[in-house]
Ligand binder design. Structure first.
Ligand code: 5AD
Length: 353
């Protein structure tokens, strides 16, 4: 009914006006909302994203260059204790070939993502970054290689890396400790994020929707953390169980919850680069399109060599074909256009208005 706003819509209005609702209000919005509230949120989220980015959807080519990892996160399929996975690491040449192929397809951002693999020393990654930037000076290089020293982050930035993705995973201490072994800490993760921002990277944080033990209060903390950090990018996708992890039998996050969070984050951080993630495309065939319609404005198709794709299994049934594959750029374009948007192959920096 026109003029008849629900109390949830009034909270959504606050976000739209750039005000941060109180924690109780966010809790209420997260725990009780109807489909009209969702539609209302998504409509405003689209309006806000269009104000900054118009109809553009940016494409990033994802190069998953190593699945070796020193960490043992309970949710992740490439955790070090998983002996059921076939480990690989791409050679420098293979990494360059991926970028060259992506460049040929029209992509202008390469995301080098991997487990925390000590083989890739500061110097090795510097060389790789320098060579990619030398060959493709018109491209952005994004790193996503986890927690490292300040000196590593600085050296890579000076070698030409532009952006860094490091999801905080959860902003609630007790929850962080449910998802990670004791050798990892939320405070160190946050420290890394602050270092990256200070160095000058366009920085991305984020968390999983529906991760085990997550409560609505955890999500409120995640939203407050993102609001405080003001990242350039935010990665939010559903948790999906992986059969060889301690969380094998945990429930997956849902499409519905993920979309609602994308909408909220879009209103809270109007200029943020927000991907409709591979995980979202994995839990529902039309997940990515729905993500775009909830406020997302980035897609990150896979550029890794085909032999590596089924080995980078963070979670079960991870999508890597069709719209997830950079080689299928036409399918990606179709998906974007079916949502009423336009594929933009530019390097797509964060616009801060
Ligand atoms: N389900 C969904 N996302 C996952 N990630 C790791 N494991 C899973 C999983 N089982 C996400 C983490 C990490 C990113 C690279 O992938 O949030 O930061």
């Amino acid at each position: 009914m026109p003029g008849q706003k629900t109390s949830q819509m009034l909270i959504i209005d606050k976000l739209y006006k750039g005000q941060m609702p109180g924690k109780e209000e966010l809790l209420k919005l997260l725990t009780s909302h109807g489909s009209e509230d969702e539609e209302y949120l998504f409509k405003l989220a689209r309006k806000v994203r269009e104000r900054t980015y118009g109809k553009a959807v940016y494409i990033r080519g994802l190069v998953e260059f190593t699945n070796y990892c020193r960490n043992n996160c309970y949710y992740c399929g490439i955790r070090r204790s998983n002996s059921n996975i076939c480990r690989y690491r791409l050679s420098d040449k293979e990494i360059y070939n991926c970028c060259d192929e992506g460049y040929g397809l029209g992509l202008r951002t390469f995301v080098l993502q991997g487990g925390e693999d000590a083989y890739f020393t500061r110097e090795r990654l510097c060389t790789i970054i320098e060579n990619i930037k030398k060959k493709h000076p018109d491209c952005a290089v994004t790193l996503s290689v986890g927690e490292r020293d300040y000196k590593d982050y600085l050296a890579w930035y000076e070698s030409g890396a532009d952006r860094y993705l490091l999801r905080h995973e959860t902003a609630m201490e007790w929850h962080y400790n449910k998802l990670h072994p004791a050798e990892m800490s939320l405070s160190h993760r946050k420290e890394c994020l602050f270092m990256l921002k200070e160095i000058g990277y366009q920085t991305g944080a984020g968390f999983m929707a529906g991760s085990p033990y997550q409560t609505p209060e955890c999500i409120v903390e995640d939203l407050y953390f993102l609001h405080g950090l003001k990242p350039h990018m935010a990665g939010i996708g559903p948790f999906i169980s992986q059969k060889d992890t301690p969380f094998a039998s945990q429930n997956n996050g849902t499409l519905k919850q993920t979309l609602f969070l994308l909408g909220i984050v879009r209103l809270m951080l109007p200029d943020v680069l927000l991907p409709a993630t591979t995980a979202l495309g994995t839990i529902a065939p039309d997940g990515r399109k729905k993500g775009l319609l909830a406020g997302a404005n980035v897609l990150m198709p896979n550029l890794s060599p085909v032999y590596a794709r089924d080995k980078y299994n963070l979670y079960d049934n991870k999508a890597s074909a069709g719209e997830e594959s950079a080689q299928c750029i036409n399918l990606i374009k179709k998906c974007i256009e079916s949502a009423g948007y336009i594929m933009d192959l530019g390097c797509g920096d964060c616009i801060v208005k």
